[in-house]
Ligand binder design. Structure first.
Ligand code: IPM
Ligand code: MN
Length: 370
């Protein structure tokens, strides 16, 4: 337990400041005015790049590295690109992942009461799984390292290492053990999602998965090819509990999965390594709705709850673990009560959601103290 936890906050671009600001207020409400978290803001992102030519200042990197946790809104503006065509505003997220070795990207996919799924006949509780995205290698390892020759040949290489696969697969089994199992049958199950039928690197991923699985005989396992997985996540989402997969596949499936539970605004994530933790929603900066006050902050609020849970566990600090549970249950209640943003077919603004969640969190506090 620490007296003070330093949280590096980077608001980023587009709707980033709106959703991140809401999440910080909710955390403050949950911990009280004399709570142990100290938030400090640092610049990074596409807008900062346009202004200064630097997307991720060294001072921001140092602050993130030294902080107890990092909270991010969203980064990137389409068209703000480097000479090779890639977006400058993504440096913050991508460099943190690689330089802080945040190998596990934990993305819970859950359909809440009050939110309508576009899938027919699917209700709250029917979708509740984790996409565990390998976050430190795979195809993304080629970022900035691929070849671009004579304006004619472009090459990016997919990298899979034994260590990298082993640790992400282990994480998957641990998450399954802590879970209630798949909604369909209550079975704790880890699904290895790959393309082992076509590419060596994925066949290797699957082979290492099978080796690690032998250490977890209490957890069910299966292999699903990624193309089939895209179909299963639509037709049979209740079957899944924990899905472990390569970086790029995890990226793509995350958006498909989010769509089944209300959209990108409902997609939190926790990107963690052995020592460091980085928390942001899985969505982008949505420049088309930025500044309008209508962005859905739930994904970032739930990511901030994941941050508290992670910090609470790491530092054996009950205050933080309790605050995480508290934010989650209030979020659930607000959604069930119909406090929905425009993307969820509701009319609540970002501020209305922020304020309602904060008020409810503080009301509970007052009640508990009485
Ligand atoms: C995500 C995002 C990122 C990714 C971007 C912002 C770099 O889409 O976290 O899923 O591609 O991984
Ligand atoms: Mn993505």
């Amino acid at each position: 337990m620490k007296d003070v936890y330093e949280i590096a906050v980077v608001h980023g671009d587009g709707i980033g400041p709106e959703v991140c600001g809401a999440a910080v207020e909710v955390v403050r409400a949950a911990l009280g005015s004399d709570g142990p978290l100290r938030f400090t803001e640092y610049p990074a992102g596409a807008e900062h790049f346009m202004r200064t030519g630097d997307s991720f200042p060294a001072s921001t990197f140092q602050a993130c590295r030294d902080a107890d946790a990092i909270l991010h809104g969203a980064g990137g503006i389409p068209g703000v690109v480097r000479a090779d065509g890639t977006e400058a505003g993504l440096d913050f997220t991508l460099r943190l992942r690689f330089e802080l070795d945040l190998y596990a990207n934990i993305r819970p996919v859950r359909l809440f009461k009050g939110v309508t799924s576009p899938l027919r006949g699917v209700g709250a509780g029917d979708i509740d799984y984790i996409i565990l995205r390998e976050n430190s290698e795979g195809l993304y390892a080629a970022r900035g390292a691929g070849a671009l020759l004579r304006g004619e040949v472009a090459v990016d290489t997919l990298v899979q290492t034994r260590k990298g696969i082993e640790r992400i697969v282990r994480k998957g089994f641990e998450l399954a053990r802590q879970s209630k199992g798949a909604p369909e049958d209550g079975v704790r199950r880890v699904t290895c999602c790959d393309k082992a039928n076509v590419l060596r690197s994925y066949a290797f991923f699957r082979a290492v998965f099978d080796e690690v699985a032998a250490d977890y005989p209490d957890v069910a396992t299966e292999h699903v090819l990624v193309d089939a997985m895209a179909m299963h996540l639509v037709l049979r989402p209740a079957h899944f509990n924990v899905i472990v997969t390569e970086n790029m596949f995890g990226d793509i499936l995350s958006d498909l999965a989010a769509a089944t539970v209300g959209g990108m605004g409902m997609a939190p994530s926790a990107e963690i390594g052995e020592a460091k933790g980085f928390f942001q929603a899985a969505h982008g900066s949505a420049p088309d709705i930025a500044g309008k006050g209508i962005a859905n902050p739930y994904g970032t609020i739930l990511s901030a709850a994941a941050m508290l849970e992670w910090l609470g566990h790491k530092h054996e600090d009950e205050r933080l673990s309790r605050a995480a549970d508290h934010i989650r249950s209030v979020t659930e209640a607000c959604l069930a009560d119909g406090l929905l943003s425009a993307d969820l077919k509701g009319t609540a603004s970002t501020h209305q959601i922020r304020d309602a969640v904060c008020e409810r969190v503080m009301r509970d506090h007052a009640r508990l103290k009485r």
